[in-house]
Design a protein around this ligand. Structure first.
Ligand code: 2M8
Length: 418
């Protein structure tokens, strides 16, 4: 899969549905690719880092202009070349979760001699610093030390029920206008993808952000949320940056301090009623009352005060660790749980792989191994499906999906879990 889905220096998430380079997909892909070719894994990350904006942001998507008809919204929608500070290649203006430092560290460690020879870490380091600096200086919209996302796409969990409330206040671009282009539906079942009503709002938000030159200081954002997963992954990335700094002879302390600050800043997002962290709508101050896999990802953080509660929720009826197929994206007991539709219930390899790492980090190695084995079995059985039904394992979305293959391979070759 990793060889087949390759394009230039990066790998497509899937050849039909996702014909460009995606930010967090490339990070997960590099984690798998490092076992096949450390150099290619470096190039996967370097091609994304090469599309960094002057303000430090790493874009959600780097577009291949030749494929602009095949995905919406594409390069012609974003017109990034007209926005000051954009890179030489066409990109989206939005971002995705900051998992890149964790991936860069893993790629470096896969072959330290090759990494040193190519100066991989030295070159990646300032770009990763700038990326985290962007989150710190431009995205703390709530003023509480957490990064805000300004579009559901930035969470990577596009149509998660966590966004239903905040999205309900966003105008639908379809009102009085043309329909929304859906080239994605040529490759996926409409009942499994986000709805047209969601797309109408996604496009409204993206167009508004573009028309304001992707200016994060703009006071008029219509969607501003603090996502527990995005921030937990950032904190974890700071811990990875501590290792990167140490490998380059630098100081790990500022990154460790930052990770602790972020862990503490997450605390107000904890919902005792749900037993998970929850997203906050910065515009209203409200915590969203839905338990999703995003609210479990702070388990990655070593100094988390709520680890026992999160483990209980992961093992309990909402997520059924051990009996569900991988980890559902949404609470199995919720009225809105949907077995097949995108991020509203199905299990994904990315979030499951992250929870495998979190379980291992907390000493629950047997559970980590069993969950990893489920991921590998499901990936092989269903031709590397994009996501699966958490109750009976039925595959959904596209097949030959890159991060499913990359993360299954990584677990297969993990000395402790494989
Ligand atoms: C999905 O998101 C894209 C928009 O970014 C889409 O639905 O068209 C999400 O699953 C996201 O997390 C992922 O990075 C992307 C490519 O795999 O697909």
């Amino acid at each position: 899969m990793l060889l087949r889905n390759r394009a230039a220096l990066h790998t497509l998430p899937a050849t039909g549905l996702y014909p460009h380079q995606w930010s967090w997909d490339s990070a997960f892909t590099a984690i798998g690719l490092r076992h096949v070719s450390p150099r290619r894994a470096q190039q996967e990350l370097e091609s994304l880092l090469g599309a960094q904006w002057a303000d430090g942001r790493l874009p959600q998507i780097v577009f291949d202009r030749q494929r602009d008809e095949d995905y919406s919204p594409g390069a012609a929608f974003w017109r990034s070349e007209e926005i000051p500070g954009s890179p030489a290649v066409p990109t989206a203006g939005l971002v995705q979760p900051p998992v890149h430092a964790r991936a860069a560290l893993a790629v470096h460690r896969a072959d330290e001699a090759e990494s040193r020879r190519r100066g991989f870490l030295e070159r990646a380091h300032p770009r990763l610093l700038a990326w985290h600096g962007y989150l710190r200086t431009r995205r703390d919209r709530g003023g509480r030390g957490l990064a805000s996302i300004v579009h559901p796409w930035e969470s990577g969990m596009d149509n998660s029920p966590a966004w239903d409330g905040p999205l309900s206040r966003v105008p639908d671009v379809r009102a009085g206008g043309p329909g929304v282009p859906r080239p994605d539906l040529r490759h996926a079942d409409p009942s499994e993808r986000p709805s047209n009503a969601e797309y109408g709002r996604y496009l409204h938000l993206a167009a508004r952000y573009r028309d304001h030159r992707c200016d994060d200081a703009d006071a008029g954002h219509e969607f501003v949320c603090e996502d527990p997963a995005f921030n937990a992954l950032w904190a974890d990335a700071e811990l990875a940056m501590a290792e990167v700094a140490a490998a380059l002879g630098g100081d790990r302390a500022p990154h460790e301090a930052r990770a602790r600050e972020l862990t503490a800043a997450l605390e107000p997002l904890f919902s005792p009623a749900l037993g998970t962290y929850a997203a906050r709508d910065v515009r209203t101050g409200e915590l969203q009352r839905v338990a999703t896999v995003a609210g479990l990802l702070p388990l990655l953080l070593p100094h988390l005060p709520r680890a026992a509660e999160l483990l209980a929720t992961l093992r309990g009826p909402r997520f059924r660790l051990g009996t569900a197929v991988m980890v559902p994206s949404h609470d199995l007991t919720a009225a809105g749980f949907d077995r097949a539709r995108y991020w509203r219930g199905p299990s994904w390899s990315s979030t499951t792989w992250l929870l495998v790492q979190a379980l291992r980090g907390r000493g629950a190695v047997a559970e980590a191994r069993a969950l990893g084995a489920q991921l590998r079995r499901s990936a092989l059985q269903h031709g590397f499906a994009e996501y699966v039904d958490p109750i009976d394992g039925t595959p959904h979305g596209t097949r030959a999906f890159t991060w499913t293959a990359a993360l299954a391979l990584d677990l297969e070759l993990d000395p402790e879990l494989g």
